[in-house]
Write a protein that binds this ligand. Structure first.
Ligand code: ATP
Ligand code: PRP
Length: 297
């Protein structure tokens, strides 16, 4: 099929084609009922459920495709957006791909503060952000800075040991890569996570863009919250509701048992253990937690 001829009447949505953001991005699409079939080695996939074409691109190229208006929506990290210096909207924080872009130096080396690196050589895959950071530190425009910034495309952490850098600027999540390379962080340039990014001048129907964003927000909310049901003695209700205030407010229903009501409330998945313990301690009974498979908020 000549896929390219099918693109004109579709919203183009740029998705990371590989790497750290790929799998979770596809999970979000599945949860949003954006169904597609991607043939092997093909970087374009037509959706079967909505007039969308998914364009699989390197995470670093997505800000340019969205910033220049070729794709209306994309998924990539804030780090990539800032590095590409693209003016796009960032409507949804997807809460994955969270890490920090940090200045790192050899553990037992002479540097403990970023100011000591002025005039030295820094290696990074994020040369624009690194230049901006050190130009600000030096208090001069980037053209006048004395710190040298060199680009490498990957395995940045090896640069100090190989003698090509005094320090590096690289992403840190668990810190394992950094520690394994004998490095320590001394400053944070940027905190990042994956976001839905949106063109400032979208070409597609606004309703379709809103539908996609609303579905994705629903998936994120469903991942973040679970539903908590319990029975509460009426005289303890106000105290129990402070533990489960809900996103907007709890639902309270009458039940066929004198002096008791049923409460239904969304609670944060990450806090469900302590919330259930607390409810039990404060007099709640029959406490149950359910998965939310999808929602619209
Ligand atoms: N360790 C990490 N933990 C969390 N998020 C990360 C991590 N490393 C990178 N990211 C996020 O994922 C984005 C893409 O990084 P990744 O290393 O996957 O790039 P890639 O070049 O597309 O893939 P690959 O490294 O496989 O070539 C980064 O810009 C950042 O937003
Ligand atoms: O703090 P950590 O959990 O160890 O993660 C940080 C590492 O993850 C990224 O690299 P990735 O593994 O994606 O490979 P790359 O070096 O080829 O980009 C990043 O560039 C770091 O090297």
């Amino acid at each position: 099929m000549d896929l390219v001829n099918h693109l004109n009447d579709r919203l183009l949505f740029a998705i990371p084609k590989k790497g750290r953001l790929y799998e979770k991005s596809v999970t979000i699409l599945n949860g949003s009922d954006i169904k597609f079939h991607r043939s092997q080695r093909l970087d374009i996939a037509l959706c079967t459920t909505l007039p969308i074409a998914l364009i699989f691109l390197p995470a670093a190229d997505i800000p340019m495709f969205v910033g220049e208006g070729r794709c209306d929506l994309g998924i990539t990290g804030v780090d990539q957006v800032r590095e590409a210096k693209m003016d796009v909207d960032l409507p949804i924080d997807l809460k994955f791909g969270s890490c920090k872009l940090q200045v790192q130096v050899p553990v037992n080396g002479p540097y403990t503060k970023p100011e000591q690196l002025i005039g030295k050589t820094i290696v990074s895959s994020f040369t624009n952000l690194t230049e901006e950071y050190f130009a600000k530190l030096e208090g001069v425009p980037a053209e006048k800075m004395t710190t040298k910034v060199k680009y490498v495309g990957g395995s940045v952490e090896a640069s100090c040991a190989l003698g090509v850098a005094d320090a590096i600027v690289d992403l840190v999540e668990s810190g394992e890569t950094m520690r394994a390379a004998g490095l320590i962080d001394i400053a944070t340039v940027l905190e990042t996570s994956a976001h839905v990014i949106e063109s400032k001048n979208p070409r597609s129907d606004k309703d379709l863009i809103e539908t996609i964003k609303s579905r994705i927000e629903g998936v994120i909310t469903a991942q973040r919250y679970v539903c908590c049901n319990y029975n509460a003695p009426e005289d303890k209700l106000s105290q129990l509701l402070t533990i489960t205030p809900g996103r907007r407010g709890p639902t309270i229903s009458k039940i066929d048992s004198d002096g008791w009501v049923a409460v239904n409330s969304m609670i944060e998945r990450s806090k469900k253990g302590e919330i259930m313990d607390e409810l039990k301690k404060k007099g709640a009974a029959d406490i149950m937690v359910f998965e939310i498979s999808n929602c619209r908020v």
